[in-house]
Design a protein around this ligand. Structure first.
Ligand code: FAD
Length: 433
């Protein structure tokens, strides 16, 4: 019995490793077209800033380690060019055919590059190890002074942070009216003001249509990083009859099964369920890729596990400010048919006598049901923990009045006696009445 996994990063290797645990005698082959497997794309911005010294530090495990320690066959520089589900085989570049009993498609995503000028020598993306090397080499060798980043999603903001840390003057061009795709004007204002304090200009409602004309000439940038979103790598699957969802990514059930028998999928090529809206969503993140991969691998090896979905939790640090968000903003909740109410408070992040920094919390709840729908937390300390509390509440479908009674931790150096989450919850409950 053979399991073939296409893609050797977060989702693919999680699947392969989990399959091995579930079934010690399975023949498992991982096919990766790149030169490395198991590396941390999430660390690339920190390699660009110089905080991570060597690119090799981002490589977590070698193919040999997987072969030795997990008994997996890992083939790098091996591209799958076609799937033949009726014959249960994959076709490799060069013509070799490899049979499978179970298949996991974990082909990831790629940056959007559909903008004229994306091939200019001063235009970059940051998605692969090679992208990271090319960008840092350019920074070190050419020493550019001005940069533009296209896109104010979390990758765009992280890149802007990395370039600003290297002393460049950075302009971020965002096509829409908001940062982080959140549809939250107040959050956007806060982030824009913070970026400005650090010499990063954020231009909203500014779709870049021509890199040479607008960005290099207009914004006088000597270097441009495209971070305008991701497209799932679905072509291979779609050509073989694997169904795509409305999001454009591979449709999958909670067992990580596609519509084709024996074919599973996981990670950035797949959509998942949003537990707040109940609808499919495409939100490519490493956390989700690993979890989906584990379930896909387990089930492909004969187990029956499920991945119920996500609540859309993200966190990013930009010029020292941590921004955490989960669930829905007011505008997003309204679009989904809820009747949202929200409060946003700014509080001290620990006991005053130890010196505090502000922390801002926004909570969103549905007036009709009292159910919590989302939240954002921004500040310098304690942001991840607090956004994770909101995410946990969303996952369990918690109502505001239950949230307000949560037993949250207090000690003077770490948190105030009334945690900002509880203060926000109390105010929101009063506002809803
Ligand atoms: P990928 O990592 O894209 O891997 C897919 C692999 O499949 C690739 O190596 C590709 O070469 C291979 N492949 C594709 N097609 C074929 C084929 N036909 N044949 C053989 N091989 C093929 N997520 C977070 O949760 N938090 C973060 O802070 C965060 N920061 C990030 C920062 C950056 C700059 C980037 C780029 C991503 C970040 N992410 C973050 C996202 C996270 O890295 C991805 O969600 C995760 O890597 C997805 O894993 P994956 O295995 O689904 O896809």
């Amino acid at each position: 019995m053979r399991l073939v996994v296409i893609g050797g990063v977060a989702a693919g290797l999680s699947a392969a490793a989990r399959a091995r645990r579930v079934n010690p005698s399975l023949d498992i082959v991982v096919l990766e077209r790149g030169t490395h497997v198991s590396w941390a794309a999430c660390g690339l911005p920190f390699y660009v800033s110089g905080r991570v010294k060597a690119l090799e530090d981002l490589i977590l495990h070698s193919p040999e380690e997987f072969e030795r320690e997990r008994n997996l066959r890992v083939r790098t520089r091996t591209e799958v060019t076609a799937l033949q589900p009726t014959r249960r085989q994959v076709v490799l570049a060069g013509g070799e055919r490899l049979g499978y009993d179970r298949l996991v498609i974990a082909t990831g995503a790629r940056p959007q590059r559909a903008i004229p000028g994306a091939d200019l020598p001063e235009a970059f993306t940051l998605h692969t190890l090679e992208d990271g090397r090319r960008l840092r080499d350019y920074l070190e060798q050419r020493k550019p002074q001005r940069a533009a980043v296209i896109g104010a999603g979390y990758i765009g903001l992280e890149v802007a942070d990395a370039l600003a840390a290297r002393g460049l003057v950075v302009t971020v061009l965002e096509a829409g009216p908001d940062v982080l795709g959140r549809q939250d004007r107040e959050l956007t204002r806060q982030v824009a003001a913070h970026l400005e304090q650090h010499g990063v200009e954020l231009r909203l409602n500014t779709p870049a249509q021509d890199i040479a004309r607008e960005v290099v000439d207009g914004a006088r940038a000597q270097l441009v990083v495209l971070a305008a979103g991701l497209r799932p790598n679905v072509e291979l699957a779609a050509e073989a009859g694997v169904e795509l969802g409305r999001t454009g990514a591979i449709r999958v059930n909670e067992r990580m099964e596609t519509n084709l028998a024996g074919v599973y999928t996981a990670g950035d090529c797949a959509e998942t369920l949003h537990l707040v809206t109940g609808a499919p969503v495409y939100l490519p993140l490493g956390t989700t890729a690993n979890k989906m991969g584990r379930v896909a691998g387990a089930n492909a090896a004969g187990a029956r596990e499920r991945f119920p979905g996500i609540v859309g939790t993200q966190i990013v640090e930009v010029c020292g400010l941590a921004i955490g968000l989960t669930g829905l903003s007011v505008a997003q909740a309204r679009k989904e048919g809820f009747d949202p109410a929200a409060v946003r408070i700014t509080a001290e992040d620990r006991s005053r006598y130890l010196g505090t920094r502000p922390i801002t919390v926004e909570l969103v709840a549905d007036r009709r049901s009292g159910r919590l729908l989302g939240g954002t937390v921004t500040g310098w300390r304690g942001v991840a923990g607090r956004v994770n509390v909101i995410a946990s509440a969303l996952t369990s479908g918690m109502r505001l009045e239950q949230f307000e009674q949560l037993d949250l931790a207090y000690t003077p150096p770490l948190a105030p006696v009334w945690d900002p989450l509880l203060v926000a919850a109390r105010q929101l409950r009063k506002a809803i009445g």
